[in-house]
Write a protein that binds this ligand. Structure first.
Ligand code: AMP
Length: 155
């Protein structure tokens, strides 16, 4: 089973989009729409303060009397961020996402952030790996060599 580092290498480096805790919800959602992403990291300089996703915004719009332009991200974000590391196996990442009901995980290495991985990235990578695995098995099954030995020569 592949590890997160291999997924990041194959997917390619992508910018990590973040907002500050005092930025407005409107700013965060605009960034998500512009970049076509489902989550933004909330950071103050190098310090990660939380994560905000589409789900948080959906919850927010059902609250009364607040607008996205006058509410800071810190009021919506999840403060306790769940991370993975580059050596985490993909099935472990799936287990974490399923158990925690989250679809985004930052990848942390030596205190630095390598990227954010979404459930879509993980499912895509696992699917591709399974396809390769199936093709290899099919080739193995269909390969006639060494094949049955003629005239009972063996044994
Ligand atoms: P998601 O399914 O990723 O849209 O997120 C569902 C909920 O989990 C939202 O409240 C997010 O703020 C929160 N969440 C998403 N990713 C993480 C994460 N890596 N660590 C902690 N909370 C998260």
């Amino acid at each position: 089973m592949k590890i997160i580092k291999e997924l990041l290498d194959e997917r390619g480096q992508r910018p990590i989009h973040s907002v500050g805790p005092d930025d407005t919800v409107f700013t965060a959602v605009t960034l998500m729409v512009d970049k076509n992403i489902g989550a933004v990291l909330v950071a103050e300089g190098e310090n990660i303060k939380g994560i905000m996703t589409e789900r948080d915004y959906l919850r927010f719009i059902t609250t009364q009397g607040r607008t996205a332009r006058d509410t800071p991200v810190r009021e919506l974000m999840t403060k306790k961020v769940i991370y993975v590391t580059p050596d985490t196996e993909l099935n472990e990442v799936m287990n974490i996402m399923t158990a925690e009901r989250i679809r985004h995980v930052p990848v942390l290495h030596d205190g630095g952030l390598l990227g954010i991985v979404s459930i879509g990235d993980v499912v895509k990578q696992i699917g591709q790996d399974q396809e390769v695995h199936i093709r290899t098995l099919e080739e193995y099954i269909n390969d006639p060599y060494p094949g049955p030995v003629a005239n009972g020569a063996a044994g």
